[in-house]
Design a protein. Structure first.
Length: 381
């Protein structure tokens, strides 16, 4: 064929070259604006990455705030003023411990001791009161509040025994804390006494005992430090009492349970399941986690993260949650320190980032107080 002739339907060569160049340029523009990681259909696609919860040891900048709840043992800090402490630290939420069983029938709530009040504050035991300051047959309704609205149980001005549920000097400053926008939740149980559910077997007595405290301080939330998971009767009594109160008023409930390297203990998981099946709503499970010291083998925060994930799965199953990840917002984390050095500033940042990333209910601390710098990181979380 002559070089000056072409077959019908073919473009002149110069136009074909220009068209090819234009197509190449347009393809380059399209590829440039494809999302990162997009590949040509002819290229093999890598398998999708499996999603895992980032471990605690991988700190990621958190965007959402984390609530810090300050734990107060009112027996060891009877002079603590909640409003003053809140102004000093910026912390607005507190857990006040511990309320335990008292009275002859084990149905009278009292604050766990020992307290060491001044003699001029307590006076001598008056007729009609036992050694703990609990009213007996004196005609006083223990569910009544003081006329000054302080939220104290009982009305006897002479009674100053801080073991009495209405005379606790720390709890009686809740009103001032609420004026600052904060709140405090009384906590039942703990290591220095017996939880009411174990001793109060009288029908209706347990719910009445809890109501005395809830009503006295107009509590929107209460906590339980559960140590009786193996006592099936106590577990069921407590669950039914909580259900009865939650039917009467909005009441948030948390359970504090020890965290092991394998998550929660089998008895605690069974207790959560029984409580849920009885109709009580436990909105938060506070994991009490002993912090390994810095001298422990490397990976201590990674091991803590793994234990939390196991507990998350257990909580989701025990409470019949449709998605395992829904359990994150039902988890609070309370590291327990044996030494000030158990929690560094880097550790504190990792904890707050982890809590924010997963949407944990709150953070808290127990045991030996950390350094002021670490505390400030947690307070400002």
């Amino acid at each position: 064929m002559s070089r000056h002739k072409r077959e019908p339907g073919l473009l002149p060569r110069p136009l074909a070259i220009l068209g090819a160049l234009a197509l190449t340029g347009a393809t380059g523009v399209v590829i440039r604006f494809l999302p990162a990681g997009a590949a040509s259909p002819s290229q093999p696609q890598p398998p999708p990455a499996t999603r895992h919860s980032p471990p605690l040891s991988q700190a990621v900048a958190a965007k959402s705030a984390v609530t810090f709840v300050s734990f107060v043992d009112t027996a060891r800090e009877p002079g603590l003023d909640l409003p003053a402490e809140s102004r000093r630290t910026g912390v607005r939420h507190y857990a006040l411990a511990h309320l335990v069983a008292g009275g002859d029938d084990g149905c009278a709530p009292k604050w766990a001791g020992p307290f060491e009040p001044d003699a001029d504050e307590t006076g001598e035991d008056e007729p009609g009161e036992d050694a703990a300051g609990s009213p007996e047959q004196d005609g006083t309704d223990p569910a009544e509040t003081d006329a000054d609205g302080s939220g104290a149980l009982g009305s006897g001005a002479a009674r100053k025994d801080p073991l009495d549920p209405g005379e606790n000097p720390v709890a009686n400053t809740i009103g001032g804390l609420r004026a600052l926008g904060g709140d405090a939740a009384p906590v039942f149980g703990g290591p220095d006494g017996t939880e009411l559910a174990v001793t109060c077997t009288r029908p209706g007595g347990l719910a009445a005992a809890y109501r005395r405290v809830v009503g006295a301080f107009d509590a929107a939330a209460i906590g339980f430090e559960v140590r009786d998971s193996e006592d099936g009767a106590a577990v069921l009594r407590r669950a039914r009492a909580i259900r009865a109160m939650q039917r009467e008023r909005p009441l948030r409930v948390s359970f504090t349970l020890p965290l092991t390297p394998y998550g929660l203990g089998a008895g605690d998981v069974a207790m959560l399941r029984t409580t849920h099946q009885a109709g009580a709503e436990v909105g938060t499970v506070n994991l009490l986690a002993t912090m390994e010291p810095h001298s422990a083998p490397s990976g201590r925060l990674r091991r803590l993260s793994a234990a939390i994930r196991l507990a998350r799965d257990q909580i989701a199953q025990a409470q019949d949650l449709s998605e395992t990840d829904h359990a994150w917002r039902r988890i609070a984390l309370t590291p327990v320190l044996a030494s000030e050095d158990d929690l560094s500033e880097v550790d504190a940042h990792m904890l707050t980032d982890y809590a924010a990333r997963h949407g944990l209910a709150w953070l808290s601390l127990r045991g030996v107080a950390p350094s002021r710098q670490v505390s400030r990181i947690l307070w400002g979380a």
